[in-house]
Design a protein around this ligand. Sequence first.
Ligand code: PMV
Length: 308
Amino acid sequence: MKVCASAPGKVILLGEHFVVYGTNAILCAIQKRASVSVESHKDGVCVSSIYGTDVFSSSDDPKSASPHHRPILQIANEAHRTVSVSIESDIPPGVGLGSSSAYCVAAAGAILNQNDSGIIDVALRAERSVFASASGADTAVCHRGGIIEFTGKGHESFDGRTDIVLAVASTGRKHSTVKAVDAVRRNKEQNPEHFESVREQVVGLIGDARAALHSGDLVSLGVHMSENHKCLRDIGVSDAAVDKIVAAAAKTSYGAKLTGAGVGGCVIALVDDSNSAQTLDAMRSAGGDVFEVRVDSEGLRVSQDCAS
Ligand code: PMV
């Protein structure tokens, strides 16, 4: 039997990096998806993706696999499955849009042929086989879809106003989340009081952003996203290219910030139909590769009807 699954990518509206230290984060699934198809295989695990094809024996340690395919081996071994797995994605990799979390969620759903919330833990263990400190926020939103507030112990979803629109600009510079998170940890260790004061600001911004999302107040949500960007600058994960795009987007959008690990990656700006085109133009002129995205209210989709 063939099983197909897909899961959306994501952006972080507020709270990246601080979420690694237990602060809540607000995330939004986006209408770009990773798709995984799985068929039983006589023995071992065969994985095909844009990174090529790898064949593993079931006794292979996941650590021996390349980081791109290691999560698949981890999930298959854990489930005692011998499978052939094919991965496709329209989420740009390595720029903070959740490509690896989406593919871990879709792979866990397809290999286990399940869609319940237990998939989040399986996908997170797979993701942690590559990035041990992953907070789990990305995995949660890629599974749930929509907009969520991740708390570390679970998540609340914002089922009220979920029709936000984002202008996205990729700097085209891929980042290593592991290296960015390590740099923030060093920054925190060198100056714990400063880190704590910035973290407290972010906690306040997230409370205000939550209220703005509940009332559908784009102006307030945008202001708090822009303030969050300043906090990310304060802990050293922005750079000149990102700041230039954020400044350009701030002139016409409701608010703009880097999203994800930073140090390259992507900038998001909160827009609606009145200012999206202008904001995209401004971000393009500032050096970004731009597109508009909307919230994907559907999270993990698992199906035996692989034609749909
Ligand atoms: O890997 P990215 O760019 O999607 O960013 C992950 C977000 C971090 O907060 C930096 C790490 C985490 O595990 O939450």
